[in-house]
Ligand binder design. Sequence first.
Ligand code: RB5
Length: 150
Amino acid sequence: MIFVGSDHAGYRLKREIIKYLESRDLSFKEYGCIDGSPYDYPLAAEDACRAFLENKESFSEKSTSFVILVCGTGIGISMAANKIKGIRAALVTDAFTAEMARLHNNANCICLGERVTGVGVAISAVEKYLSTDFEGGRHERRVNQIMGLE
Ligand code: RB5
């Protein structure tokens, strides 16, 4: 299950991401802005992340549950998401940063900026994120150190 949220400034890119998920037959739930009208990004982050955390599958060994968040820059919504215990949100701008977010940081949430990243690059980032696995090993220790900071 993919939990997808945005504010108003990320609404159009969120719709494009949802179209992509539908084309891949991936299950998703939508949070935050639903019609382009003003919606505060911390609230969108909170709703999508809390739903993710309440979903038991999110914590299984090979979980296919993730959060994808969009605001104007991706900055505010990633800051908000990272305040929520259990969330490791990565601000990504392309397929490379999306791949590394999963491979090294085991990010369970990626954030994108509609005003920063074009639709094509954003979709390739989502695609790469969803098809990459956490590398584990030395990275597991570091990710545990991050979680220890909570
Ligand atoms: C909304 O205007 C904008 O501030 C928001 O989408 C985001 O970019 C904040 O970080």
